[in-house]
Design a protein around this ligand. Structure first.
Ligand code: ATP
Ligand code: MG
Ligand code: MG
Length: 346
């Protein structure tokens, strides 16, 4: 087949569609928002609600394979589609959409998340804070991204009067970490797994700001253990495509933060900094093509996100020597919104 359906219309879909185009594929985008920066570079756009199963079924009829650029696609409607079209299988979404489930899944695979307690009702929070201690972070189980849906609990009093949303929360210990890194892998239809190098990831206010290679020595010391964990997760899910696991490098070893069943912001540097990018390898994997080499093309690589207002000064970004500038084409810059990124190699 030669037509790829992508569920979700953001910049990850845009970069997937651009890689797909390079390999001669056409992409169809399905997303609920009118504005879609992925649709702008794709063959067609179905703008419909996730629960509009008629629209979804119609969409699927025009595709040979369907993938996701958004991890919170509701899985219910996907059950109505031919399951062999979906890559990765929706089970990966199911696990990653719920922080409590995700952490238990990781524990079952032998990994270590931060100590946590799942909370369903307001009345359970004080107890959770007592058990885990402070400082901690209260996170919604569902729908959080870029640090949204998170509250710091620095002392017990901070937990008073906090309302737990319907879909629940997890309360987890705030980790003392030396740095953050992610493991990004691609798994092919034959089960082959390849990893990209792990950058050091820096966040500002819960939003990824910067990735850098080489990562500090502690990452090199912990990345093998983190990769083993990620490989186990991918195999357990019979995963197809690119999968990302985020880690804290702590004195006690790698602590799992969360996973994303998709290409990831911390892998954007692979477009220019690796022999094969995360986007191209995701397309290769879901289309059953041979996977490309994931080696970095330089030992020294930096990626900076362009966030919020003032991020769109194209001439300024282009004036930096060796800068590879990516703008996502979003019509409106808002505080905390990812507008583009810049990669420098070497
Ligand atoms: P993303 O955009 O990566 O999906 P998210 O909203 O799902 O973000 P997390 O990854 O859970 O949020 O947290 C965002 C950042 O907040 C982390 O990368 C880390 O810097 C910090 N953070 C989250 N949980 C913890 C923790 N338990 N201890 C210390 N720092 C944390
Ligand atoms: Mg997340
Ligand atoms: Mg995260």
């Amino acid at each position: 087949g030669s037509t790829i359906g992508i569920l979700g219309g953001g910049q990850l879909g845009r970069m997937l569609a651009m890689s797909a185009a390079q390999l001669g594929y056409r992409c169809h985008i399905f997303a609920p928002e009118r504005e879609s920066v992925a649709a702008e570079v794709s063959a067609s756009f179905t703008c419909a609600n996730w629960h509009d199963t008629e629209a979804l079924t119609q969409f699927a009829q025009d595709c040979d394979v369907i993938t996701y650029e958004f991890e919170n696609v509701p899985v219910g409607p996907l059950a109505k589609l031919p399951q062999d079209m979906l890559a990765p299988a929706p089970r990966a979404l199911e696990v990653a959409q719920d922080r409590a489930r995700e952490k238990r899944f990781i524990q079952d695979a032998g990994g270590t998340p931060a100590d946590f307690v799942a909370i369903d009702h307001d009345s359970e929070l004080a107890d959770a804070v007592e058990r885990i201690g402070v400082p901690g972070i209260l996170k919604t189980r569902r729908d959080g991204y870029d640090g949204k849906g998170q509250w710091s609990i620095n002392e017990r009093a901070d937990a008073q009067g906090v309302r737990i949303p319907e879909s629940g929360c997890v309360y987890e210990a705030r980790m003392n970490f030396e740095c953050e890194f992610s493991v990004i892998l691609v798994r092919g239809r034959d089960g082959e797994v390849r990893f990209w190098d792990s950058t050091r990831n820096r966040h500002d206010d819960g939003i990824l700001a910067h990735c850098e290679l080489p990562a500090p020595a502690i990452v090199a010391a912990q990345v093998e253990q983190a990769r083993d964990m990620a490989r186990k997760v991918a195999n357990a899910l019979n995963y197809i495509g690119v999968l990302t696991l985020e880690f804290f490098a702590t004195a006690g070893g790698p602590v799992f933060n969360e996973m994303a069943p998709r290409v990831h912001n911390s892998g954007h540097w692979t477009i220019e900094g690796a022999v094969t990018s995360q986007f191209e390898n995701h397309i290769r994997a879901i289309c059953g093509l041979p996977l490309g080499t994931t080696d970095s093309t330089s030992a020294k690589i930096m990626m900076d996100n362009l966030i919020g207002e003032g991020a769109l000064d194209l001439a300024r970004h282009l004036s930096r020597p060796g800068a590879h500038v990516h703008l996502y084409g979003k019509s409106e810059a808002r505080a905390g919104r990812k507008m583009g990124h810049v990669t420098r190699v070497g």
